[in-house]
Design a protein around this ligand. Structure first.
Ligand SMILES: N[C@H](CCC[C@H](N)C(=O)O)C(=O)O
Length: 269
């Protein structure tokens, strides 16, 4: 079966988007997703995004990391599918229903309400999640936040010098995180600006992570380090994150279509 795809990205965090809202596709599996995501033998991307009909929202977005694992949320892909859809929409995800709104070359996304309970992150045992009494030297005392998916956020003097390629996988796979975790290393530059690098669960170092920007902004706000609206500067570019008094997070930023193509499903199945 010949299958069309749209190659998209949000600040360089890139996606292979399969739109199955009209005619269906064969069943997606972790191994097929990983094969499509392979940058040498497949199309190549950080995440494979599958759009399907939904009974509870305008459509459903399924998210597969490049390791094949299906996960709950993807902020940058939420903006990309908003651009593709071309109108405001509610989107069902495994992490809850979000609302997307295309906005001048990108989108604004209502990411819902963050969760902070240790069992909501989740962690393997009870712990203060605002300043966790743990360390992976030189990183220590992070904040944990669930924004549909699990994040741990470390605040450091200079995020550029952290050896995230070494510490990221060590923390991602630590037994403290039974569902693994996305690892954020942030430097607060002012009360309105944060610099962020992310080791993503199931995908590694990416140029940007939308849910990471949301989790980091909320963590900094909980610590009283920044205002309730901040710019988060990632290697691929900048996102604006606001945390409203009603508890909902809004993320705004660019998204882009790179090219369209097609592939033979059986070549990857
Ligand atoms: N790696 C994430 C999913 C992709 C998130 C990221 N690409 C974003 O823009 O939020 C996880 O395993 O929870």
């Amino acid at each position: 079966m010949r299958v069309p795809f749209i190659k998209m990205h949000g600040l360089g965090n890139d996606f292979v988007v399969l739109d199955a809202r009209g005619e269906g596709l064969p069943t997606m599996t972790p191994s097929i997703a990983a094969a499509l995501a392979d940058r040498r033998t497949g199309i190549g991307c950080d995440q494979v995004i599958l759009l399907e009909p939904s009974e509870t929202a305008d459509f459903r977005m399924r998210i597969f990391n490049s390791d094949g694992g299906e996960v709950e949320a993807c902020g940058n892909a939420s903006r990309a599918v908003a651009l593709l859809h071309g109108a405001e929409a509610s989107v069902e995800t495994a992490g809850g229903t979000i609302r997307v709104q295309p906005a001048n070359g990108g989108a604004s996304v209502d990411m819902g309400v963050p969760r902070f309970g240790w069992e909501e992150i989740p962690l393997a045992y009870a712990m203060d999640t605002l300043t966790m009494p743990v360390a992976w030297e030189p990183l220590k005392n992070p904040t944990a936040v669930n924004v549909g998916n699990p994040h741990v956020v470390f605040f450091v003097e200079n995020s550029d010098v952290v050896q995230l390629d070494r510490l990221g996988p060590e923390i991602e796979h630590d037994p403290l995180f039974p569902e693994r975790v996305n690892v954020n290393v942030a430097t607060v530059e002012s009360r309105r600006r944060i610099c962020l690098r992310v080791w993503e669960r199931g995908a590694g170092l990416t140029r940007a992570c939308g849910t990471g920007a949301c989790a980091t902004a909320v963590a900094a706000m909980r610590r009283g380090l920044v205002e309730r609206e901040v710019e988060v500067r990632l290697p691929g570019g900048t996102l604006t994150i606001a945390w409203a008094e009603d508890g909902r997070i809004t993320m705004t930023g660019p998204a882009a279509e790179a090219y369209r193509g097609s592939f033979e499903w059986d070549d990857f199945a």
